[in-house]
Design a protein around this ligand. Structure first.
Ligand SMILES: Nc1ncnc2c1ncn2[C@@H]1O[C@H](COP(=O)(O)OP(=O)(O)OP(=O)(O)O)[C@@H](O)[C@H]1O
Ligand SMILES: [Mg+2]
Length: 326
């Protein structure tokens, strides 16, 4: 098999608080293969954003990587100097956030912000940079690109701003694009259009992406495989269709049953009782045990090893103990 674009192995991230260290990610292992879009789902606070920020080398100040490896095209990223990180970002990995204004500079024109990436990472002339910028603006569906080139972010709608951010992410031809809830801040109709654009990027550019969303509809539309996160762990991963049609982990089952169109006629919408434990509430064992209808004694004391069931990997004692399908 070809070398993965991204390979994360046994990653652990901890926060330093005045009263001690608290693990926010544990045993995170996954890969993104060439031309593959990998989704990350899970409730709020499960560690989706922290996972992507680790790969971008932009963790919050009080967070640090305590274990593991992150390799991009075989190159180890952990321990790189800030200078190396800066050349990597934009050129090898680019990121799209939920709120476009976090990535845009309100004082610079759209054209300048896109062509800046080319200035930093290529040897194109000024004119070539402008032409390439106009081209990419058209590709991401920005109308009247020539005119928009000299506009400022505040003159654009939210959806158009997100298209600009996507253009910035694409123009450097990064090996990996990370999108963290890129449509969540937009109106429903605009959301659909931006998703359509991601679909096109996937088809036409064969892009490799890590795509975070709490919306299974979005995951099903865009992703090939999905990582399901719970309280800092990946508890299940596999091809999207397998996970949606045949979830193995009780948490994933609960999430899938909460999708409105998975409800059988007349059935009430399922919700998983309880909530995700905060960092300080997390103890040993499986973090889902307190909310799990199938929890056994071992679940409270030992975190389950990852278990392979056809193309899925699941970390649940129902499988390590041979109890099997619930
Ligand atoms: N700067 C920070 N300081 C302290 N704790 C943090 C910080 N950032 C994140 N956390 C904690 O780390 C955990 C994971 O957070 P993360 O932002 O990755 O969640 P998420 O899955 O992206 O959630 P959401 O769906 O709400 O975006 C949470 O418990 C969160 O409270
Ligand atoms: Mg997040």
């Amino acid at each position: 098999m070809a070398q993965p674009i991204l390979n994360v192995d046994n990653l652990e991230v901890a926060f330093s608080f005045p009263d001690g260290e608290y693990k926010a990610l544990q045993g995170i292992s996954f890969s993104v293969e060439p031309n593959e879009v990998v989704g990350i789902v899970g409730e709020s606070g499960c560690g989706k954003s922290l996972t992507s920020l680790s790969v971008m080398g932009i963790l919050p100040r009080n967070a640090h990587i305590t274990k593991g490896d992150i390799q991009l095209n075989g190159e180890e990223l952990i321990g790189l100097s800030e200078k190396k990180w800066q050349t990597l970002r934009g050129q090898k990995i680019s990121m799209i956030f939920q709120e476009p204004m976090t990535s845009l500079n309100p004082l610079l024109t759209i054209g300048r912000q896109i062509s800046e990436v080319l200035k930093k990472h290529t040897r194109l002339s000024k004119e070539e940079r402008k032409n390439r910028t106009i081209e990419i603006m058209k590709e991401v569906g920005l109308p009247r690109a020539e005119e928009l080139y000299s506009s400022y972010p505040h003159q654009l709608s939210g959806g158009m701003r997100q298209r600009v951010v996507i253009a910035i992410a694409l123009v450097g031809e990064a090996d990996l694009i990370i999108a963290d809830e890129p449509t969540t801040a937009l109106d429903v109709t605009i959301q659909a259009q931006i998703l359509e654009l991601f679909g096109e990027i996937k088809r036409k550019r064969n892009a490799s992406m890590l795509f975070i969303s709490h919306d299974w509809g979005v995951i099903r539309q865009i992703c090939d495989r999905v990582l399901v996160m719970y309280a800092g762990y990946i508890i299940e991963q596999g091809p999207v269709s397998e996970i949606v049609n045949n979830p193995k982990h009780p948490y994933t089952k609960g999430l899938i049953l909460s999708i409105p169109d998975h409800r059988k006629r007349g059935e009430k919408l399922h919700t998983i009782a309880g909530r995700v434990p905060t960092l300080k509430e997390r103890k040993g064992g499986c973090p889902f045990a307190d909310r799990c209808a199938y929890a056994m004694e071992i679940c409270r004391s030992e975190y389950p090893k990852s278990h392979e069931v056809s193309e899925q990997k699941v970390s649940c004692h129902l499988y390590t103990q041979g109890v099997g399908v619930v």
